[in-house]
Design a protein around this ligand. Structure first.
Ligand SMILES: O=C(O)CCC(=O)C(=O)O
Length: 313
């Protein structure tokens, strides 16, 4: 039986203001494409690569360079190239022979300690972009500048923060999967092992074909709201420039304070994993058939308590 991914089109909502986003869209915690929001003069200005290069300046950046468009963070099929921003932006746009694919994800000044902040790393470009006032300013975590060459595909992953992905130049296809489909995503940390989301190997990834796809096309000026934990995969149809803002939906204490990328799991989950490691170690004291019996009892408890939420059938 073929169970190819069912697909829905991501809703597009026009001319949303802060009140409409906060009251009607945000509480649903579903992805939405916001069209017609004022994001400032970047949409016109950043179309010029010369302008981007001049304003971005000689800032050192590290870009992913890969021979294939599908970048694979798990098997690392790319290398890193350290360039200055103006060199990288010209390389990114001038990749015409399609033998290399480039992806820049800006980092903080010291990536181990600092979060990406477009105002800090690219102050002259930051003046051109207006972030929508759709989240409390004190909840802002980072603002990440991204550029990729045409065809680049970014691996499917989730982030722990809410996200507004602001597309400034070029078109990209976005494919999202609900957190409810987590058991079908073949995760390795926060990343899915399924690279070819359009033609997944059904023998290797049988459940993935049952995950529900949410698809959309982002054009210049569009904003995609990606709620925390929603899986996303991005394919650049053109050379593209984007900035995304991550912000905290939950109380500060739920986030790992050493996280600079916005992808370290929430603190209660990390604690739960440590406790689970201890539980699994304890079961090792038993022979295999006993271990399997008690392991299944633990799974049943988790199922009942967390997944079914102790609801009556
Ligand atoms: O558009 C992109 O380059 C990737 C976006 C992304 O992964 C994110 O905003 O978390």
């Amino acid at each position: 039986m073929s169970t190819r991914n069912m697909a829905s089109v991501i809703d597009v909502v026009r001319d949303v203001d802060a009140a409409a986003f906060i009251e009607q869209i945000y509480p649903k915690r579903r992805p939405v494409i916001l069209r017609g929001v004022d994001i400032g003069p970047c949409v016109q200005k950043w179309r010029s690569v010369d302008y981007l290069m001049n304003q971005g300046g000689a800032m050192p950046v590290k870009i992913h360079v890969s021979a294939t468009p599908q970048m694979d963070f798990i098997n690392k099929n790319f290398s890193y190239k350290c360039l200055t921003f103006h060199t990288s932006s010209s390389s990114l746009v001038e990749v015409t022979d399609l033998t290399e694919n480039y992806y820049l994800r800006a980092l903080g000044d010291d990536p181990r300690k600092d979060k990406a902040d477009i105002h800090q790393q690219f102050p002259q470009l930051a003046d051109d972009i207006k972030f929508p006032d759709f989240y409390p300013p004190d909840k802002l975590f980072s603002s990440v500048f991204r550029i990729a060459s045409r065809r680049t595909q970014l691996w499917t992953h989730y982030d722990v923060m809410d996200n507004l992905l602001i597309q400034v130049v070029g078109q990209k296809r976005v494919v999202l999967y609900s957190p409810e489909d987590v058991d079908k995503m073949y995760l390795n940390g926060d990343k899915s092992e399924v690279l070819d989301i359009d033609n997944p190997d059904p023998k290797k990834f049988p459940k993935f074909t049952e995950a529900h796809k949410y698809e959309g096309i982002l054009g210049a000026g569009d904003i995609l709201f990606i709620p925390a934990l929603w899986f996303h995969n991005v394919i650049y149809k053109d050379y593209g420039v984007a900035v995304n803002v991550f912000w905290k939906h939950l109380d500060d204490s739920k986030y790992d304070h050493r996280d600079t990328y916005g992808n370290k799991d929430h603190v209660p989950f990390s604690r739960a994993q440590q406790i689970l490691d201890r539980a699994l170690k304890a079961l090792e004291e038993l022979p295999e058939d006993y271990r399997s019996f008690y392991g299944k009892r633990l799974i049943a408890r988790i199922e009942k308590k967390v997944v079914q939420n102790d609801k009556p059938p």
